[in-house]
Design a protein around this ligand. Structure first.
Ligand code: C2E
Ligand code: MG
Ligand code: MG
Ligand code: MG
Length: 288
């Protein structure tokens, strides 16, 4: 228990330092002065995983996924540090940094690839962020600052977070949606959803959790669950993204069930910003 508490405290400290480092970097300290120490410091960075249209094979957007780059430990997974960031409240300033960075990057790509069909940038929101009363205002300011059109941003929220306080969530989702921002339910099928609320929320997309995609074989139970989620999404006027597609078989199956979009190692792992830029360039005339 002691070792666990110490590790957690270290992680909390690393997160605080990383956040401070990230905000310092954005003030444009001269690179030469910084580069010597930079390798030794913890910092946050975003990776981007492609989301692909299953009908056309074309790139439809990216999901931004945060990483902690640690001088000793390398890249630390969000599964490990997001819970700590939530407990300490650090998720709020961190979430703002993530939103700004993701919007800034998408705007850069739009300028770099002007002939590209508009891509969507999906950003995960945690429960604590979602309950900040000024969330919509903050995001609108970020969109203005980065000059990203609101419809190019999509927020991913889990069922559990929206259902915990469905009345407040309805108001928040309505505000966001009125601002032109798109909304997805993440990891759909793993939490608890009240169907009567689901149809009242102004959603655009259900993301089918990868645990169901993983087990999709022949006519098994998981295939039935995926079929049912797709029917539900389409009846509610939503589109669907299948998470965690790893094989051509899964892709074929999902395509035949008219799932609109897919994401997973079969297409690409999450990429750093340079590699993601190359992915866009190579997808300009690509079909799967
Ligand atoms: P998520 O939002 O459901 O993100 C999808 C996760 O599945 C990512 O893990 C991604 O790398 C992984 N994945 C994608 N395709 C495949 C595949 O084909 N096979 C397998 N096995 N895995 C795949 P990652 O990046 O470790 O993120 C884990 C979770 O951490 C995310 O789940 C999300 O809940 C949270 N997270 C990540 N970035 C952020 C963030 O910026 N803010 C917040 N609040 N949470 C974040
Ligand atoms: Mg997500
Ligand atoms: Mg997910
Ligand atoms: Mg997931």
């Amino acid at each position: 228990m002691h070792a666990h508490a110490v590790a957690r405290l270290h992680l909390e400290n690393d997160l605080r330092r990383a956040l401070a480092e990230n905000s310092e970097l954005s003030i444009n300290t001269p690179l030469t002065q910084n580069s010597k120490n930079q390798a030794k410091k913890s910092k946050l960075l975003l990776h981007y995983q492609p989301i692909v249209s299953l009908a056309t094979g074309k790139l439809a957007g990216f999901e931004a996924l945060v990483r902690l780059s640690h001088p000793m430990r390398g890249l630390v997974s969000p599964i490990e540090f997001i819970p700590v960031a939530e407990e300490t409240g650090l998720i709020v300033p961190m979430g703002i940094w993530i939103l700004r960075e993701a919007c800034r990057q998408m705007r850069l790509w739009q300028l770099e690839f002007p002939d590209l069909a508009p891509l969507t940038m999906s950003v995960n929101l945690s429960g604590k962020q979602f309950s900040q009363p000024d969330l919509t205002e903050q995001i609108k300011q970020i969109l203005q600052e980065t000059e990203l059109p609101a419809h190019c941003l999509k927020l991913e929220i889990t069922e559990t977070v929206v259902m915990e306080n469905a009345a407040a969530a309805t108001a928040m989702l309505q505000q966001l949606s009125n601002s032109g921002i798109r909304l997805s339910i993440d990891d759909f099928g793993t939490g608890y959803s009240s169907l009567s609320y689901l149809h009242r929320f102004p959603l655009n997309t259900l993301k089918i959790d990868r645990s169901f995609v993983k087990g999709m074989r022949g006519e098994g139970e998981d295939s039935e669950i995926v079929k049912t989620i797709l029917t539900l999404a389409h009846n509610l006027g939503l589109d669907a993204i299948a998470e965690g597609i790893e094989t051509a078989d899964q892709l074929e199956k999902l395509r035949s069930l008219n799932c609109e979009f897919g994401q997973g190692y079969f297409f690409s792992k999450p990429l750093d910003s340079n590699a993601a830029g190359l992915f866009i360039a190579s997808n300009l005339d690509n079909n799967y």
